[in-house]
Design a binder for this molecule. Structure first.
Ligand code: MLT
Length: 404
């Protein structure tokens, strides 16, 4: 008789963004005349930039010709893309990352969920609270999280690092020693950042206690302030303790196109065992590689035209962030984020819970956001709005909130 992985049964409800999608679909069905503005999931609304589309078309044409047709992509990604990433995202920033330390994938969500597979089940993970749910959910699925306390909304074996207004939504070093530390900056969901010297403290700490940092830098393109690091490899010693996850979704609009990558430096080892080799082994076995045409589209992100066009897209979303941030401030909300990140984090008014505010906003303003408590217990009483809508919708959403 087969048995299931009963860790899955421990997971409460459905995935946060699926729950929201179901609620919004039910509301929309009951109120077909309402024009709903979606500022919930961090999904982009601007079309792919012309340089990317051009590169996609060219690659599609190559696939139609015998001489230039491509079959399976190389296990770890095409050299042309890995070199472009290594140069533009790392070497040009003075970081020592080589092309063969980059593993191209179909996106950071999968990588952030799958990376835990190369670690023993005995490791203790530490996460920010609130946190992008994929890190915790996938450790639950693997059996690494212990038991769930529905009242506290926490897992017995997970170390939570509260990110609250008191610490500017930046975690303090944990009191218990973790083996694996998940960090994401600019942060999803709070939109907070840490300075290079704060990140250096984490790197020093990880090297001291023998922990590995899984650093999610999916939102680095939104950094506008000088002292905020774009990659963990700006910190000294990161090559021996940090894995970095990156995405083409938020900086280049690939949420539907799918492309991302993981960086694992060769010096990152557990005893004699190289994590780079383990991940390469896993990638080779379980992963088919992002399609050629998509990797060519990714390459276009690093061309001069691509860079200029994407700079405009980021500016577009950050203009939305400003509209939300300033609009909410004027209305008297307590707001943060939105300066180095496309997320605005607000305190719910009148002591409403996060989900109460979600329902209130959906019913009264027909605006969708994300309840802070969906990201963890410290997110209770908070709410996230994204800057990824269209400008018109963003302005309209703020106007509707003013009328509440
Ligand atoms: C979010 O809304 O938190 C993210 O967009 C979800 C994701 O990237 O998977």
């Amino acid at each position: 008789m087969f048995k299931i992985n009963d860790n899955y049964l421990k997971l409460p409800g459905s995935y946060l963004f699926s729950t929201i999608a179901k609620k919004v679909a039910a509301f929309s069905e009951a109120n077909p005349d309402k024009n709903i503005i979606r500022l919930g999931i961090g999904d982009v609304t601007q079309p792919l930039a012309p340089a990317i589309i051009h590169s996609l078309h060219k690659a599609v044409d190559e696939m139609a010709v015998k001489e230039t047709f491509r079959g399976y992509a190389p296990d770890l990604g095409y050299e042309f893309l890995r070199s472009a990433i290594a140069k533009n995202d790392y070497q040009d920033r003075g970081c020592e990352i080589a092309a063969d330390e980059i593993f191209v994938s179909d996106g950071a969500k999968c990588d952030s969920g799958n990376i835990q597979e190369i670690f023993s089940i005995d490791n203790r993970i530490a996460v920010c609270d609130p946190v992008y749910p994929v890190y915790v959910d996938t450790n639950v699925m693997a059996g690494r999280a212990g038991t769930y306390d529905p009242k506290a909304e926490t897992w017995s074996d997970v170390i939570y690092m509260p990110c609250t207004a008191e610490n500017n939504f930046a975690p303090d070093l944990p009191k218990e020693t973790p083996d694996i530390i998940y960090l994401c900056f600019p942060n999803n969901p709070t939109g907070s950042t840490i300075t290079k010297s704060q990140l250096q403290d984490w790197v020093d700490y990880a090297n001291k206690v023998g922990a590995v940092i899984i650093y999610d830098a999916a939102y680095e393109a939104y950094i506008s302030e000088e002292d905020v690091p774009h990659t963990i490899y700006e910190c000294e010693g990161a090559r021996t303790c940090a894995i970095e996850l990156r995405s083409f979704s938020k900086n280049a609009g690939f949420t539907g196109t799918r492309l991302g990558f993981t960086v694992i430096p060769k010096e990152l080892k557990c005893g004699d065992v190289s994590l780079h080799s383990l991940w390469a082994r896993r990638h080779g076995t379980k992963y088919n590689g992002a399609p050629y045409i998509i990797q060519r589209a990714g390459e276009a992100v690093y061309t001069p035209e691509g860079k200029a066009q994407l700079k405009e897209q980021i500016a577009y979303y950050m203009k939305n962030a400003k509209v939300i941030y300033e609009g909410l401030k004027d209305m008297g909300y307590t707001v943060s984020g939105g300066v180095n990140a496309p997320y605005i984090w607000l305190k719910t008014p009148d002591n409403m819970t996060s989900w109460e505010f979600f329902d209130y906003l959906l019913e009264k303003a027909n605006v969708v956001g994300t309840p802070g408590s969906g990201f963890g217990p410290s997110g209770e009483g908070y709410f996230r709005l994204t800057a990824f809508g269209t400008y018109e919708n963003t302005v309209a959403a703020v106007e509707r909130m003013k009328k509440l």
